[in-house]
Design a protein around this ligand. Structure first.
Ligand code: ATR
Length: 291
C-alpha cells in the first residue's frame, strides 16, 4: 500500500476497537481495486466524541465507521441522516461530503445481503429474531419491511416490546411485528412454523462458546439459521442447526456485507465482497487456531 499526500483516510471510531476486523476487510478491498484509500482505527471515549467528529471535518477524513458506544450518540453531531439511519436512530457509517457529514446505517442491508448471498430471500418469510439490542434494532427495521411476519424475542421483554412499537410507529400497519419474552415455551411455539431464525444476542460468543440461545430440539431441518456472532465462526447454534440439515449463515458474512455497503458509500465503487470475505476469514481462522 502506497500512502501519499493524496491518500484518502477512512476510520473506525468506537471503544473498544482494538480487535476490530474492519481495517483488514476494508484495506484488502482498497488494495484489490487499487484505490488510494487507507482505513485506520481510533479509540474514542464517549466524552471525546464531539471533538472527534469535529476532527473528522477539520482533517478531511473521508468516511467513518461507527461502533459501540457511539452509534446513537453521534447523531447530534452530524449534518444529515439518510432515511434508514433516521428511522432506526442508529448510525454505523458516515460520509464526509465536502464538509457535510451524512450518517447511514448499513447493518440492516448487511444482514439482508448476507441472507441473499446464501441464496435466502426473506421476502414473505416468517422470521424469528432473538435479541433487542443495537444489532437487532437495525436488522429488525429492515427485515420487517420484507418479512410476512417478524417475531422479536428478548430476555428483557420491555426492550422487545419497545422495539416492536418503534417499528410499528415508523412502518405503520404494513409491518407485521410481534414481541415476546425469550423462553423455551415461546421458542417452541414460534419456531414450529418459522422460516428464518436470527440470533442477535451475544449468547454463544467467545468465551462462552458452549452456550446456545436455542435448544436443538426446537430447531428444524427446513429452517434457515443466521447467527450474528462470528467468534467462534461456527457457533454451537450453527453447529447444531447444520447437524440436522438446516441451512446456516454466519456472522462473518453479515460483518463483511455491512462493511461492503459502507465501502460503496465512501467510494461509489462496487465492493469486492469475495476479497473482503477471504481477508476476514484468514484472520478469524488464525485467531481460532490460536496463532
Ligand atoms: P448488540 O449491539 O450486539 O445488539 P446489546 O445492545 O448489548 O449488543 O444487546 C445484546 C443483546 O443480547 C440483548 O438483546 C440482550 O438481552 P437483554 O436486552 O435482556 O439484555 C441479549 N443477551 C445478552 N446476554 C444474554 C443472555 N445470557 N441470555 C439472553 N439474552 C442475552
Amino acid at each position: 500500500m502506497k500512502i501519499s499526500g493524496r491518500t484518502k483516510v477512512c476510520a473506525l471510531i468506537g471503544d473498544p476497537v482494538e480487535h476490530s476486523l474492519s481495517p483488514i476487510i476494508q484495506n484488502a478491498a482498497f488494495r484489490s481495486l487499487d484505490l488510494d484509500y487507507v482505513y485506520v482505527v481510533f479509540n474514542v471515549k464517549s466524552g471525546d466524541l464531539r471533538e472527534a467528529v469535529y476532527g473528522v471535518k477539520a482533517l478531511g477524513i473521508c468516511g467513518l465507521n461507527v461502533t459501540m458506544p457511539h452509534k446513537t450518540a453521534i447523531i447530534p453531531y452530524l449534518d444529515e441522516l439518510d432515511e434508514t439511519a433516521r428511522k432506526t436512530g442508529s448510525v454505523n457509517t458516515v460520509l464526509n461530503n465536502n464538509g457535510r457529514l451524512i450518517g447511514y446505517t448499513t447493518d440492516g442491508v448487511g444482514a439482508l445481503n448476507a441472507l441473499k448471498h446464501a441464496g435466502v430471500d426473506p421476502s414473505g418469510k416468517r422470521i424469528v429474531i432473538l435479541g433487542a439490542g443495537g444489532a437487532s434494532r437495525s436488522i429488525s427495521f429492515t427485515l420487517a419491511e420484507h418479512a410476512s411476519e417478524l417475531v422479536i424475542l428478548n430476555r428483557t421483554f420491555s426492550k422487545a416490546k419497545a422495539l416492536k412499537d418503534a417499528i410499528r410507529k415508523t412502518l405503520g400497519e404494513r409491518a407485521k411485528v410481534r414481541a415476546l419474552p425469550l423462553s423455551d415455551e415461546n421458542l417452541s411455539v414460534e419456531l414450529a412454523d418459522a422460516d428464518i431464525l436470527i440470533n442477535a444476542t451475544s449468547v454463544g460468543m467467545k468465551p462462552n462458546e458452549n452456550e446456545t440461545p436455542v435448544k436443538q430440539i426446537y430447531l428444524r431441518g427446513d429452517l434457515v439459521v443466521f447467527d450474528l456472532v462470528y467468534e467462534p465462526l461456527e457457533t454451537r447454534l450453527l453447529r447444531e442447526a447444520k447437524s440436522i440439515g438446516a441451512k446456516v449463515v454466519d456472522g462473518l458474512s453479515m460483518l463483511v456485507h455491512q462493511g461492503a455497503a459502507s465501502f460503496e458509500i465512501w467510494t461509489g465503487v462496487k465492493a469486492p465482497v469475495n476479497v473482503m470475505m477471504k481477508a476476514a476469514l484468514e484472520v478469524i481462522q488464525r485467531r481460532e487456531g490460536g496463532v
